[in-house]
Design a protein around this ligand. Structure first.
Ligand code: ZN
Length: 292
């Protein structure tokens, strides 16, 4: 059986067709311009693919409350052309199939939990640290939505005592995203992360913020695994620094087998950057199961 996958991002829309084993059979990338033009291209791509359902993992904020009149909408996004846009409704109408919907980071987490190295876990957090910072959360086998969906990229950070940087987030300044995203690194240090590879202090400070956020998530959600991805995490030495700082932050307070092996507790994604699009396939499968 074939399923459609749409990874909806602020700069590009990745459309793919896959099967129930998570195998991606074909894919295209469409630039995200205005909804009219972009949606037309997406619909044209999926139209004759004989897919049984479509799964969307989208940038947000989005409305995931099935009882809400704006369910399936991209809501208050700063990408204004897409604000209050009914992406699920449009695709459902055009394609005439079930359309599942979740956040981009929940989609990636679902991909990892279904087909990745750590599949089968029921309690995990997936964090992407790049242009923005976002977190997908699974608890007791369920992706967490709550009143909207988690926005753990915007939790407030305690600035490091040596850090005079104000923070990049237009809403909160010194939230996780404001202090640790790629654009925050660039603005603070005057150079892009890639050009700062040999500057130890840059990554020490970066790890300080990431570890602070992770410690909060560990104490709140008690995940069994934390998966870190995104452009900033390509700086491989960050993993070691983060693991050490999380351990220091916990300071012996929690004693679990997971925390006693930090190298397998805080880990990189395992699906070669296909976790997002594969997650969309699973979102489509779940939606089909729900509606049939
Ligand atoms: Zn923020």
């Amino acid at each position: 059986m074939l399923y459609g996958a749409l990874e909806a991002g602020g700069t590009k829309m990745v459309c793919a067709v896959g099967d129930e084993t998570g195998k991606i059979l074909e894919r295209v990338s469409i630039p995200t311009t205005d909804p009219e033009e972009t949606m037309q291209e997406i619909i044209a791509y999926f139209k004759d693919k004989e897919i049984k359902a479509l799964g969307i993992a989208s940038f947000g904020p989005i409305d995931l409350d099935r009882k809400s009149p704006t369910y399936g909408y991209i809501t208050s996004t700063p990408k204004l052309a897409w604000a209050d846009f009914d992406i699920v409704g449009k695709l459902k109408e055009a394609l005439g199939i079930p359309v599942g919907f979740d956040t981009d980071v929940n989609g990636s987490l679902l991909g990892e939990m279904t087909w990745g190295k750590y599949r089968g876990l029921t309690d995990a957090v997936y964090i992407t640290i790049g242009t923005g910072v976002g977190a997908g959360i699974m608890s007791g086998g369920k992706l967490i939505h709550g009143m909207l969906h988690p926005e753990a990229g915007h939790v407030p950070m305690i600035p490091h005592i040596t850090d005079k940087y104000r923070g990049k987030c237009p809403y909160h300044n010194n939230c996780f995203e404001g202090m640790a995203s790629g654009p925050a690194i660039e603005e603070r240090w005057g150079q892009r992360g890639e050009e700062l590879s040999d500057r130890e202090e840059v990554w020490e400070l970066e790890a300080y913020y990431i570890a602070q956020a992770l410690t909060g998530l560990i104490m709140t959600l008690s995940p069994k695994k934390i998966i870190l991805s995104g452009g900033v995490m390509h700086q491989a030495r960050l993993f070691g620094l983060i693991r050490q700082k999380v351990k220091d932050n916990i300071n012996g307070y929690l004693r679990t087998k997971e925390l006693s092996d930090m190298d397998s507790y805080i880990v990189p994604a395992s699906l070669n950057d296909d976790q997002g699009i594969m997650g969309c396939i699973k979102i489509a499968m779940n939606e089909l199961a729900l509606t049939s």
